[in-house]
Design a protein around this ligand. Structure first.
Ligand SMILES: Cc1ncc(COP(=O)(O)O)c(C=O)c1O
Length: 371
């Protein structure tokens, strides 16, 4: 290999190497190999995917879309069709919708557009880590305000943190990893008082009590994010959208770093799934029922405290080291998410609400670990 002597490149590479980024972790296949299990023996409950939406329903829709799609042509009209369907479904104006390559890309796009070096991004802790990575990559300062002990917003501290340097506020409700939805009036107060753009990530809204989508045109500074990765079961395809007022819609669309962020195939899949929304809503109702059962059963285990959730996952605190609980579950092929300390709770873990047999296996294994 040629030795790089140019100090500019060296400094640049060093800076890039130091940027923190989201680590996806091992694939199910690699993990299974490491544990000496078959991939099918791994119960994957770490990414909040929707396992209730039958794969066979999606396969049928894929066939329809494959017949209709002309993959030789760049996407154009497909985006408008999807936007029309979203507009009808959520009763929001067509020109308030911006389609993107799932929420992650939209979080990145919003951060690039609205955050500059030296500015401050405000958020809460704990929350979805991608906010921090996107803010830091912009060279912005990432300021977090811890949630209160009941996981609600610390409104006083949040308001006190706002200044003429705070240009982006990242909120997530229902919040990942706590699973609760924040008080609606408090969110509206923050939007009203924040001097910059408020990005409200509603990735789990379909599982929750309310959404702020009907308010997108009430504010100059609100952008709501929604995704097809959770309730719509299309995590593999990468599809999401932002909802905002028409001025911000134009900026997010026209100033997008990429002219064609989403493929025609993906756009058509989203649109067809909206046409067949009953499949999605059925899976959401099933999951919500399982969620309540899971929380109840977790709380029956001595040494575990599970929290209510308005999302498709459940946070629980253990009275044993979380690493130990995580590893003991993993040894039995159960993959959940390590969270660690949240305020006074030292040992938190998060599990996706799985299919009934998966939750059963999780509960039985936890019972043995906590016996
Ligand atoms: C709060 C939140 N936002 C966004 C995402 C990423 O979603 P997408 O697949 O749409 O990029 C996740 C994924 O877990 C999430 O929890």
């Amino acid at each position: 290999m040629r030795i790089i002597s140019n100090s500019y490149i060296k400094t640049k590479l060093k800076r890039l190497q130091q940027i923190e980024s989201y680590t996806i972790g091992e694939s199910t296949e690699t993990l299974a190999r490491r544990l000496g299990l078959l991939p099918a023996e791994i119960v994957k409950l770490n990414f909040n995917e929707n396992l209730f939406l039958p794969k066979k329903n999606l396969a049928e829709i894929i066939k329809l879309v494959a017949d209709e799609c002309d993959l030789r042509i760049y996407p154009q009209e497909e985006q408008n069709k999807l936007k029309e369907s979203i507009s009808n479904q959520l009763k929001v104006p067509f020109d308030s919708i911006v389609v993107g390559n799932a929420s992650d890309e939209l979080i990145d796009r919003i951060s690039r557009l609205f955050l500059e070096k030296g500015e401050i991004a405000v958020s809460i802790t704990p929350t979805f880590p991608v906010f921090k990575y996107c803010a830091k990559r912009q060279g912005a300062n990432y300021l977090t305000i811890p949630l209160l002990d009941d996981f609600q917003l610390n409104i006083k501290q949040l308001l006190a943190s706002f200044s003429n340097k705070t240009s982006l506020l990242y909120l997530c409700s229902p919040n990942n990893p706590t699973g609760n939805q924040f008080n609606k009036t408090e969110i509206e107060t923050l939007i009203n008082k924040f001097p910059g753009i408020v990005m409200l990530d509603e990735a789990y809204a379909e599982y929750a009590e309310y959404s702020l989508v009907s308010k997108v045109n009430d504010f100059e500074n609100l952008i709501i994010l929604r995704t097809f990765s959770k309730a719509f079961g299309l995590a593999a395809l990468r599809l999401g959208y932002a909802l905002t007022n028409s001025t911000l819609t134009n900026i997010l669309t026209e100033k997008s770093p990429l002219p064609f962020p989403v493929s025609s195939f993906t756009l058509n899949m989203g649109q067809k799934l909206l046409e067949n929304f009953s499949i999605v809503s059925k899976s959401v109702e099933e999951l919500k029922m399982e969620r309540e059962k899971l929380i109840k059963k977790l709380n029956q285990i001595n040494g575990i405290k599970a929290f209510n959730s308005q999302a498709n996952f459940v946070l629980f605190a253990a009275d044993k080291p979380y690493e130990l609980v995580y590893q003991a579950l993993l040894n039995k092929g159960l993959l959940i998410k390590k969270i660690g300390k949240i305020s006074h709770l030292d040992n938190c873990l998060r599990t996706t609400v799985g299919l009934p047999w998966m939750n059963e296996k999780l509960i039985e294994t936890l019972k043995k670990i906590f016996r």
